[in-house]
Design a protein around this ligand. Sequence first.
Ligand SMILES: [Zn+2]
Length: 372
Amino acid sequence: MINNRLINTFLDLVKISSPSKNEIGIKNYIYNVLKDYPLEIIEDTTGANINGNCGNLLIKLKANNHSRKKIAFDSHMDTVTPCDDVKTVVDGSIIKSDGTTILGGDDKIGVAIQLELIRKIIENQIEHCELLFIFSVSEEEGLQGAKNLATNYYKDYDAIFVLDGEGIPGTFYHSAPYNCKGKIRVVGKAAHSGVNPEDGVNALYVASKAISQLPIGRINDFSTCNIGFIQGGVARNVVMPSVEMDFESRSLDLHFLQHFIGEVKKTFQDVCSQNGAVFEDELSYGTPGYLIDDKSDVMVKLKNATDAADLSFELMSCGGGSNANVYNSNNVIAVLVGVGMENIHSTKEYVDSNNIIKAYRLVREIVQEYSA
Ligand SMILES: [Zn+2]
C-alpha cells in the first residue's frame, strides 16, 4: 500500500461520491480533516443559489511574512458520472477505477493537493504570502460554482492557479478559446416528393449548399468549427421541410470569432434567400476564453517554480473551458495547471501517483515563488 498522506487523502476522496450539486460528502471530509487546524472555512451561498447541497468553500491563510503578494488556488469538488461506489485499483504507482466508474482524479487530485498544502503550511510553519484556497462546486455543470462565487473574495489577487488540468506537472494552459454555439435551422417547405416536389423547398439541400461554402474542422491555427448533430425531415416521401443543426465554433481570437460567426450567418441567409428558404439561429457566446502573455510576471514565476521543482515547463492551449475562464473574465489572471489526470470523463480514467506528488511539489514551489 502507498504510504503517503497526500495519496491517502486522494484515495479517501475518490471513494466519496460527489456528482455536481451533491458535493456535501467532500465538504464533510474537508471539515473533518481540517477540524483541528487553526483556520476558518467559509461556505458561500452558491449551494442554495443553484439547488445544490453544498456551496463553494473558501479558506484564507493571511501572510505570515512581509510578502505583499496574494495568490489563490482552485479545485472543484464535483465529478462527472458514473461516480457511485468507486473501487480503486492500485497497480504499482498507477491508480485507476475498476472500470465500472470514473476515478474522479478530475478534480480530486486538486482537492487533495490543496488540503495537503494547507496542512503542511500550518504544521511546518512555512512562510507564505496571503493564500486563498477555493474548493468549488458544480464545475462540471457549466462552471456554475466559479460563476456564482462573489468576485469580492478574489478580485484583488495577483493570480489564481486552477489545479484542474490534464497533462503532466509542468504543463500550464496559457490560453483557452472563446466559443459561440447553439442551434441553427434552415426552414424550407414541405410537399409530396412524388406528386409535386416543385412546390417544396428541401431544407437539407439548401443547408448543404450553405455548408459547402464554409470551412469546417480546424479552420486556422487558432480556430475550429463543427456541426455535431443534425435533425430534420418527416418522411421519405415528403420534401424535407426543415433541418436543425447543433453548431459550434471556438477561437483564441475573439475578434476573429465574431467576424467568422457573422460570415456563417450571412452565408446561410444568402443561400436561403436565393433558394426560397429561411435561416434561423439561436447562437450565443459561452464563457469567454483567455490568452495570457508568455512574458508576463505570472509566467516567469511559473517557469521559476517549475525549474525549482525539477520539472519541465510547457505552455499549452486548452481546447475547452475551466474555472480559469471565469476568473480571467473577471479580470484576475488565472492559469490552468496540469496535475497529471489522464483519460478524464471516462471509466478508463487513471493517474500516476508520482504525478500527484510532483504536482504537489510544484504547487509548493509556486507558493515559495510568490512568498519571497
Ligand atoms: Zn475538472
